[in-house]
Write a protein of this length. Structure first.
Length: 400
């Protein structure tokens, strides 16, 4: 695609040729990258284990959460944007509402299961610190109030904050999508303005026992909106233009981020940047979404769009196929991964973070999550075959 077509899309929200919507094939990159993000989130939710030291957040400004939210925006556009185009907003809104209900029930179920896991651990080990480590002491001190707050998403224990964010962002999807249809650039400017206004005014949604949601939706809607824009381009059949200078700029920024994260102190010796390097080495602001996180995930997204094969070529390796199976069933794998990471934290603490149990917990968790993705794909294929068989006419009987 020439750069002029990209500019036309960003301003007007449709292809320069005004061609009809092409059939959008499932993009292997989405499933593979989402599956990889799920594994990284699982590892990162067990802080202190040796494997987490090699996760992407130690080598750049963004992490798997940023990628997960951007991919969610892309997927929502391909799934619900296409439905809105074909059958109208009312049908699309009903489908989104059904998905929101599924996400909500999944979040509440994981909340209850995690509380049960921690209660069992405290009973068995006589160590009440597990309650504080995951911030579920309100559930045990005032169960009724905590349940009400959990049901209204105004109480989120640690590690149970991504699904509430996605619920809010998906509820906003129709408005974001229609804005992107009119003008992706104008919608992005509005999104950035909302983010900066929220920072200036200190806006966030309430979260019992803390200053607000760990993932501030007023900030994280920026990354989701970027994902919607990317999804809209894919929906229109647009491909990334061959801009080698932009490729080089993206690579240069990733190298800069890597050097900033792995260095001790200021790697460039510019005194005015000493405090900034100290801050990003501790971690870029995740709650309110630092600029560096946005630029980093955008650079990664650009290179993935430009250089990863979109078709089945990406699935030539067994590892990629397994990641894709996990990515296709992201909600199930994510929920199980949260529970496994909480169990993993308890096991690591009880074994004094010995290297053997650390590696065993990571390998076991990855194996379970991969196996779950493979099983769900197999089960889905079996049920589809069964459904097709049920619709076939019986031999010798007239077709309906």
């Amino acid at each position: 695609m020439p750069a002029s077509s990209l500019g036309h899309f960003l301003i007007y929200g449709h292809a320069a040729s005004n061609a009809a919507y092409p059939a959008v094939q499932r993009d292997a990159r989405i499933d593979v990258l989402r599956g990889l993000a799920l594994l990284v989130i699982f590892i990162n939710h067990m802080p202190g284990n040796v494997v987490s030291a090699y996760m992407p957040h130690n080598y750049g400004f963004s992490d798997a959460a940023d990628a997960f939210v951007m991919i969610a925006g892309v997927s929502a556009t391909l799934a619900y944007g296409g439905l809105i185009e074909r059958r109208g907003l009312s049908v699309g809104a009903l489908k989104i509402a059904a998905r929101l209900w599924t996400l909500y029930i999944a979040h509440i179920a994981v909340f209850i299961i995690v509380c049960g896991v921690v209660a069992a651990a405290v009973t068995r080990t006589q160590n009440p610190l597990y309650v504080e480590a995951i911030n579920i002491q309100p559930f045990f001190s005032d169960t009724f109030a905590a349940l009400v707050e959990a049901l209204t998403l105004s109480y989120q224990p640690y590690y149970l904050d991504i699904l509430p964010l996605y619920i809010v962002l998906l509820a906003l999807f129709p408005a974001i999508y229609y804005g992107v249809r009119v003008s992706p650039l104008a919608t992005l400017v509005a999104s950035l303005a909302i983010w900066q206004s929220a920072l200036f005014l200190g806006l966030n949604l309430p979260n019992a026992g803390s200053a607000g949601w760990f993932f501030n939706p007023f900030a994280w809607q920026v990354i989701f909106t970027l994902g919607v824009i990317i999804g809209r381009a894919a929906q229109l059949g647009l491909s990334a233009p061959r801009l080698r200078r932009l490729d080089m700029l993206a690579v240069a920024f990733l190298v800069f981020a890597w050097s900033a994260k792995v260095s001790m102190g200021n790697p460039f010796g510019i005194a005015a940047l000493n405090d900034w390097f100290d801050s990003v080495q501790l971690g870029s602001d995740k709650t309110n979404l630092a600029w560096t996180r946005i630029l980093h995930v955008v650079a990664l997204a650009w290179l993935a769009i430009r250089w990863l094969p979109a078709g089945r070529g990406l699935l030539s390796s067994k590892v990629a196929r397994i990641l894709a199976e996990m990515g296709r069933h992201s909600l199930d794998v994510f929920c199980v991964g949260i529970v496994l990471s909480i169990i993993g934290q308890i096991i690591l603490a009880e074994t004094a973070f010995a290297i053997g149990p650390q590696l065993l917990v990571c390998v076991a968790g990855i194996t379970i999550l991969a196996g779950l993705g493979i099983f769900l794909s197999w089960y889905q294929s079996v049920t589809r075959q069964g459904a097709k068989a049920d619709t076939l006419p019986v031999h010798g009987a007239p077709s309906p």
